[in-house]
Design a protein around this ligand. Sequence first.
Ligand code: S3P
Length: 180
Amino acid sequence: MEFPVYLIGYMGAGKTTAGRLLADKLGWHFVDLDDAFEQIHGLTTAEYIRTYGLEAFRKKEKYVVEDLADTPYEHVIYATGGGYPCWEDNMDCLKELGTSFYIRWAPEHLAKRLSLTDLSERPVLQGRTEEELLAFIAPQLEEREPYYSQANYIIDVDECTELSDEQIAERIYQMIKNKS
Ligand code: S3P
């Protein structure tokens, strides 16, 4: 298996939570690329999108991911921003840089999970009810699916009747252990 590992998927899929748990289990480093973006640009991804717009954000986000791939640590788990893999050739970049895991949920479950979180840090979803979230997420997920599904491995959460973040981390852990 090629290192580093990238966790991809829609907002609310558990990339950050499962990624941290996974990195702990493996004793690897964990980097949330939204946090890295904030450290580099001095604005959260939400603030950046509100100030400069989504297009400008995507351009900067691309460089953050590519620059950070040049790390002295071989064993790193990266949680990417939800839209990153679906912009320009980003999915090809991920495949060249390392191994990607797509945490796949049905839109109904994502809408439910996201409705239970503070959406103020997610400008594209902010202010929407669970029903409105579903109406927004379902078509966007359909557009993003062809990119996400190019991942090296897919964790189909819904087929397993909703795994917890710990179970998602355990799944990926076992996959990494078996492949390396
Ligand atoms: C986005 C997802 C966010 C963040 C930005 C845009 C998206 O990351 O990068 O708000 O378009 O899906 P998370 O998936 O980590 O929340």
